[in-house]
Design a protein around this ligand. Structure first.
Ligand SMILES: [Cu+2]
Length: 496
């Protein structure tokens, strides 16, 4: 489908979308168990993908033409993933949400040259969760993920096995990778290079779910589990059901919650995941939609703020759900308890670090000045496109924090700009302590690796930085708006 309003930035044209198409389900890859290890083989490659009828669009994919297979593994297992780069530029895959050694993490320090191969080996040491993987090449994450280098990664454990939850992949347990892309009149996927697109982050005029345009899913049971992933480069989604029904969140980024949380809306910023259970009894089709966010009171004026507010006002459909036809008098039940979560007390932290998210030079406020007519002048306040953390752009040779393995730390993430930044920390699973003195939202009470830091907001998270230590290779932390990451809003920490 097409976003109800034209492209947020108002420039690019598009062609009519096809009518409802069956939701593509990425192939499930369990790998091959060889002795004590589970082996996966992934190839980054170019391809052609049919989003529109009769149009082959040039894309990139992993073992396919667009996106990659869903990798499935288990807590406790040893895993070996071989990644071959058949592209014509450097790339690498990062296992987002996975607690892995630094050398297996897949970041700017593990680039794979064209024609090269890299192997990530690790032991899975974490509870059941919906994680994902995507390109994390230096300065190239934005365009590479945009072209298709991303996929889902499911971790199972004894707890998830024993719970009465929908778990038949592709039938009642569905990956939902939500992305937006710009298509031109010929059906080409276009990655824009204008400064304003990169300041805000690249947003598209067309929504894709698992690479399907205008997707439709036919449910076959009364309960359907959606593993939601905001896989967009920069767009936030405020998700709801078109029939006004509630749904139940059962997992945050890094695992199951303590109990199902009943919701009518759920915000996911880029990189965040949530598993939800939707009631798919009955016969009346309904939709997973994006609802407009009420205008926020942002204390800045000018084109920058206008663009952001314009995007927040967009309403659009994401996925049509055709219910199973099962009678509404059939039972619909969920486990009352899900997983046990050990809440980390604030007193366990021995260090508190401040992370300032900044755009623009000097004041770092990122806002255009004045409310005059739209003109290039108003971009002046952006300071020429500078994205920083703690006054510094990403520097491969600078380590922001060196942490002794086993230490618990509080990170206070402070957003000094007028737009949301999703802040992601590699390897660790954190808990949100507070948002400017307020408790975390009901939808974020669990382990997370990416957190929505609102404009001029401050979020306090706590995490245990476990080993193994590696004094040579750092991990990343960064804004998950991929253009912000590519332009410098990223830093490095080391666990030793
Ligand atoms: Cu950002």
């Amino acid at each position: 489908m097409i976003v109800a309003a034209p492209n947020a930035l108002g420039a690019l044209a598009y062609i009519d979308p096809p009518l409802g198409q069956k939701l593509k389900i990425p192939p499930l890859l369990d790998g091959e168990v060889n002795g004590v290890e589970r082996n996966f083989s992934l190839t980054l490659q170019q391809g052609l993908t049919r989003f529109y009828h009769d149009v082959d669009t040039a894309t990139w994919g992993i073992n396919g033409s667009y996106l990659g297979p869903t990798l499935r593994m288990r807590d406790g297992e040893r895993v070996r993933i071989q990644v071959s780069n058949n592209l014509n530029e450097n790339s690498v895959l990062h296992w987002h949400g996975m607690n892995v050694p630094a050398k297996a993490d897949g970041g700017p320090h593990q680039h794979i040259m064209p024609g090269g191969t890299w192997t990530a080996a690790f032991q899975v040491r974490q509870p059941a969760a919906s994680c994902w993987y995507h390109s994390h090449a230096m300065h190239l994450s934005g365009p590479q993920v945009y072209k298709g280098l991303a996929g889902m990664l499911i971790v199972n454990d004894d707890t998830s096995d024993q719970l009465d939850l929908p778990s038949e992949y592709g039938v009642d347990d569905i990956p939902v990778i939500i992305q937006d892309r710009i298509f031109d009149r010929e059906g080409n996927m276009v990655y824009p290079h204008r400064m304003e697109d990169h300041m805000i982050g690249v947003r598209g005029n067309t929504i894709l779910v698992n690479g399907t345009l205008n997707p439709l899913f036919h449910a076959r049971s009364g309960r359907t589990r959606l593993r939601l992933l905001n896989g967009a480069n920069a767009r936030n989604f405020t998700l709801a059901l078109s029939n006004g029904q509630t749904f139940w969140q059962i997992a945050t980024d890094c695992g199951l919650m303590e109990e199902p949380v009943e919701l009518t809306q759920l915000v996911l910023t880029p990189g965040e995941r949530a598993e939800i259970i939707v009631d798919t009894r009955g016969t009346e089709p309904f939709k997973l939609i994006n609802v407009p966010v009420p205008a926020s009171n942002v204390p800045y004026y000018g084109l920058f703020t206008e663009l952001l507010m314009e995007m927040d006002r967009q309403a659009f459909d994401i996925l049509t759900l055709e219910p199973s036809g099962l009678s509404l008098s059939d039972q619909f039940s969920l486990p009352r308890q899900l997983a046990h979560i050990d809440w980390i007390p604030e007193s366990a932290a021995t260090t508190t670090r401040l992370m300032l998210l900044q755009m623009g030079e000097g004041q770092g406020n990122g806002g255009g000045q004045g409310g005059g007519p739209r003109s290039r002048r108003e971009f002046g306040g952006w300071g020429g496109g500078s994205h920083k953390i703690n006054g510094r752009k990403m520097d491969m040779n600078f380590i922001e924090a060196t942490i002794i393995a086993g230490t618990t730390e509080i990170w206070e993430i402070s957003n000094e700009t007028p737009m949301i930044h999703p802040f992601h920390i590699h390897k660790v699973h954190f808990q949100i302590l507070e948002r400017k003195g307020m408790p975390p939202l009901a939808s974020e009470r669990g382990f997370k690796d990416t957190v929505n830091v609102p404009p001029h907001g401050r979020v306090k998270v706590i995490a245990k930085f476990t080993g193994p230590g590696d004094p040579m290779i750092p991990y990343m932390f960064h804004c998950h708006i991929l253009e912000h990451e590519d332009h410098g809003m990223m830093g490095q920490f080391m666990i030793v």
